[in-house]
Design a binder for this molecule. Structure first.
Ligand code: GLN
Length: 479
């Protein structure tokens, strides 16, 4: 079997058995990255990756992740390797340290081959807000891969890497995973350190894995979670992330979020979700409808809170501290001209919205009210988890949309995250797994659970994955 067809877990096993070397794996994947026709990567560190592979191959015993390649979203800092967050504002920026979650994976034997494309500062749902390139959907090159972690999702679907990291503020791991036909996990808020993640909206941001199988996602996540003294919002993950084994769902109570199955959900998406729910029943689960009445307000709530937080977080990009700068007469001119020239239109829109929402005259009316709705959403999830173990919904209301289709209409773009945002506002873990096709394009099933229920979610997703046996290979992909 070609090396790129092995899942990450299979690659780890092949290394342990002495059937391949890390250098062979890195070379096979780098060749695919270099031949890339979906523009998944912004930067490739071929020499660095080969050097680390050789070093791992020379060790007397292999680390737990063996020397398997990985792609990293360009929102995560990597020491000495250019990190741009998809923005001209950070063009050529070389961080002086590596994000904790990336460092932990490197220590466990993962090899970073490069940095993947993304919407500028993670704002977007199609990766079209990247200042550098549009990434194409591996299933249909005329369509978007989703976003904002579109490069990480496309790289995994294309088998340029067996797994990758993304960040998810309102859906940026789950939605591109759904649109590219792969697995994506947004962990519980605080489960993974954000030290070294370029901040977007700090009360929402989480880092998580993309992979082709649920087992691979669990394996990667296992080495990422846990408290980090460098991130005071990180938490000790209770116990350890287990590799999923469940093949049936006996006793699992599944709630279907009624508000996320109605208007706006494409019939083909609804059909694939309903078929998966029947499959879950056949596996022994009890499937019941659940109402979360405030979820339709999630989108509006998010688009006050996330811009408010980003307007504060992005204040640091002033042309003095990081990246390039526009020379000007006075310091104030320098700030203004740098920000005016180097931030893209969506980032500017968010900063303006957020600054407005936080202005003293409007604070109660917008920010204060959005916080109150967020509390209602949190309460409704808490209430729902008294009677069900997991909540199911589509990940995205539509399959991948054509490139350019929504770039002129921010609201249409924002709607792509209508199913993922409520879970983010509540800080809960969720997984998206591919569950079928609609018009030849992948559909994602989202399963969400209470805080720190990752093991149960991974187990449930694994059982569904085994039953559905979705083929993650995009049509025409040659490995
Ligand atoms: N698409 C949403 C936004 O544009 C979510 C992005 C994200 O999760 N980073 O804000």
């Amino acid at each position: 079997m070609p090396l790129r067809d092995l899942t990450a877990s299979e690659q780890v096993r092949a290394l342990a058995a002495g059937d391949t070397t890390s250098l062979e794996l890195v070379d096979a994947h780098l060749a695919a990255v270099e031949a890339d026709d979906v523009r998944a990567f912004l930067a490739v560190d071929a020499e660095g990756a080969r050097a680390r592979a050789r070093a791992i191959d020379a060790l007397p015993t292999r680390p737990p992740l063996g020397g398997v390649p990985i792609g990293i979203k360009d929102a995560l800092s990597t020491r000495d390797v250019v990190t741009t967050a998809g923005s001209r504002m950070l063009e050529g920026f070389r961080p002086v340290y590596t994000a904790t979650c990336v460092r932990r994976l490197e220590e466990a034997g993962a090899i970073v081959v490069g940095k993947t494309n993304m919407d500028e500062f993670a704002m977007g749902s199609s990766t079209e807000n990247s200042a550098y390139a549009n990434t194409l959907n591996p299933w249909d090159h005329g369509r978007v891969p989703g976003g904002s972690s579109g490069g990480s999702a496309a790289a995994v679907a294309e088998r340029q890497v067996p797994w990758s990291l993304g960040s998810d503020t309102g859906g940026s791991i789950r939605q591109p995973a759904a649109l590219c036909g792969i697995v994506g996990v947004k962990p519980t808020y605080g489960a993974v350190s954000r030290y070294g993640l370029i901040a977007f909206a700090s009360s929402l941001d989480q880092v998580g894995p993309f992979s082709r199988t649920v087992t691979d996602a669990a394996l990667l996540l296992r080495h990422m979670v846990g408290r980090d003294p460098m991130d005071s919002t990180s938490l000790d993950w209770p116990g350890a992330i287990a590799l999923p084994t469940a093949t049936d769902l006996t006793g699992l109570r599944v709630g279907v979020v009624e508000e996320l199955m109605g208007e706006g959900v494409e019939p083909g998406v609804r059909g694939a979700i309903e078929a998966s729910l029947r499959e879950m029943e056949a596996l022994g689960a009890t499937v019941v409808p659940v109402s979360l009445p405030s979820t339709p307000s999630g989108l509006a709530t998010y688009y006050v809170l996330a811009p408010a937080e980003c307007s504060a977080n992005l204040a640091r990009f002033d042309g003095i501290r990081y990246g390039p700068s526009v020379a000007a007469e006075t310091l104030l001119d320098q700030y203004e001209q740098t920000r005016g020239a180097l931030f893209g239109p969506e980032v500017k829109r968010r900063i303006m919205l957020g600054t407005f929402a936080l202005a003293s005259g409007y604070y109660d009316e917008y920010y204060g009210r959005a916080q109150r709705v967020r509390t209602l959403i949190v309460r409704e999830f808490t209430e729902a988890f008294r009677s069900v173990d997991v909540l199911a919904s589509p990940t995205s209301p539509t399959v991948a949309f054509p490139l350019g289709d929504r770039t002129a209409d921010p609201y249409a773009m924002y709607l792509a995250d209508v199913c993922t945002i409520p879970v983010s506002l509540a800080g809960l873990p969720a997984i998206s797994i591919p569950c079928g096709l609609s018009g030849g394009l992948p559909v994602g099933l989202q399963l969400a659970g209470p805080a720190f229920s990752e093991n149960r979610l991974l187990d449930a997703a694994h059982a569904v994955e085994q039953a559905l046996a979705f083929d993650t290979r995009p049509p025409g992909l040659v490995t």
